[in-house]
Design a protein around this ligand. Structure first.
Ligand SMILES: Cc1cc2nc3c(=O)[nH]c(=O)nc-3n(C[C@H](O)[C@H](O)[C@H](O)COP(=O)(O)OP(=O)(O)OC[C@H]3O[C@@H](n4cnc5c(N)ncnc54)[C@H](O)[C@@H]3O)c2cc1C
Length: 381
């Protein structure tokens, strides 16, 4: 396979060996943040893969970042604790001023600043992003932020948040995508900003964030006022391709586990994998994983030559999320009762990989996108 980033994959695998199932199980039990794992990834420079060398990063292509995240998941780890540190900065890189890039990117690349909180979703608007209600009102050389975000992952472990807020009321905006702006919010000790963790079915360190008269310097607005929705959208292809790569990694982990157990577990005096009822679901999940992997690679290749692969990025994310969940299901079934035992890690990974049917974009919305934009069917919402 061309451009498979074999050296990077080997280094990531080696790093992940230091963080075994017992490490992740203990964190899962306490819903604790994997600080030692994230520190190790930061020190190795993997989280700065996509930051250009002129700003202190590795300047690697998207396929390399995808390889890093895939290997993390394939090892049984959970990259969701820090994957956004890799790509949230893309909005700053593409649409920020040179002064903003000089100020923030070298520190993000060095891991001194964590930009891994992404504040878009609100209690009343997840899928319907343009209906967000958090406002940013101009007041001299500041904006004053009021409102609430929900599902802001890693907010307690981030120094900066990329925030989408409304600067023009929706009814006064010419188009529904107008009137939204993006800000880089310095979160530490910000008066009026409150973070509350949400306990979820898996260890995800997600939160709700409340803004009450939070003052953000106007110089922290990224790009033009009112154009923020477009800036956020431009980062979504990269995010979807990278999450797709993570799902491929998850699928590979489940398939390795399922195959090993199907060979080793003996029932009625023979390995369970000898029964086609056990082998075929694993084989089918493998075929679907490979198909998803090809779509992830195709989407990354198009992205790297500067195209705007909206359809491919969406399909990559959807097919890979489906493949991961199919493999998860086959894996738990293959293990019988032991699939539910904490010490096998399968139930933990099962819970973790289920998320990607819903976030960062749900399967229905991907199908809506394909129906409308690729197949020319009527818009459904
Ligand atoms: C653990 C976790 C972490 C997250 N992290 C972040 C984060 O860091 N930052 C952030 O901004 N957001 C984050 N999210 C939010 C995530 O992106 C949203 O949950 C997701 O976009 C869906 O939005 P919603 O939950 O409001 O669902 P809703 O919009 O309420 O939709 C509910 C269901 O209805 C379906 N639906 C809605 N409209 C249609 C339609 N027109 N056609 C067909 N089906 C439809 C959806 O597909 C979905 O299945 C996270 C979510 C979770 C659970």
């Amino acid at each position: 396979m061309t451009n498979d980033h074999a050296d990077i994959r080997a280094s990531v695998r080696k790093l992940c060996e230091g963080f075994d199932g017992a490490y992740w199980r203990a964190l899962d039990r306490d819903r604790a943040y994997p600080s030692a794992f994230v520190d190790a990834l930061t020190q190795s420079g993997f989280l700065a893969a996509l930051i250009p060398e002129q700003y202190g990063g590795a300047g690697l292509p998207l396929s390399a970042a995808a390889a890093i995240l895939e290997e993390i998941q394939h090892s049984g780890a959970n990259g969701a604790s820090c994957h956004a540190q890799m790509y949230v900065m893309g909005t700053l890189l593409r649409h920020g001023s040179e002064a903003q890039k000089q100020k923030y990117l070298p520190q993000i690349a060095a891991g001194k600043l964590r930009l891994q909180a992404f504040g878009v979703t609100e209690p009343a608007s997840g899928t319907d992003t343009t209906s967000i209600r958090t406002t940013a009102r101009r007041d001299g050389d500041h904006y004053v932020i009021d409102g609430q975000k929900i599902w802001t992952s890693r907010a307690e472990h981030s120094d900066l948040m990329l925030l989408l807020a409304r600067t023009t009321p929706k009814e006064q905006a010419a188009k529904r995508a107008d009137g939204l702006s993006v800000f880089l919010v310095e979160m530490r000790n910000a008066p009026g900003l409150t973070i509350r963790p949400i306990r979820t079915m898996m260890n995800h360190n997600t939160t709700e964030v409340f803004f009450e008269n939070v003052r953000v310097p106007a110089e922290n607005r990224i790009g033009e006022e009112g154009q923020g929705f477009r800036y956020i959208l431009s980062g979504m292809n990269a995010e979807r391709i990278l999450i797709g790569a993570e799902c491929v990694g998850d699928a590979k982990w489940f398939l390795d586990k399922a195959s090993a157990y199907a060979k080793e577990r003996s029932v009625f005096g023979r390995p369970i994998g000898q029964n086609q009822g056990v082998a075929f679901p694993i084989a089918r999940a493998y075929a679907n994983m490979r198909a998803a992997e090809l779509m992830v690679r195709e989407a990354a290749a198009l992205y790297e030559v500067g195209e705007n692969p909206g359809a491919e990025a969406n399909m990559a994310k959807m097919l890979a999320a489906d493949a991961a969940f199919e493999a998860a299901n086959a894996c738990i079934q293959t293990h019988g009762g032991f699939g539910f035992a904490e010490e096998f890690d399968i139930e933990r990974k099962f819970r973790e990989t289920r998320l990607y049917q819903v976030a960062p974009i749900s399967t229905n919305l991907i199908l809506s996108f394909l129906a409308e934009h690729t197949l020319g069917l009527p818009r459904s919402y």
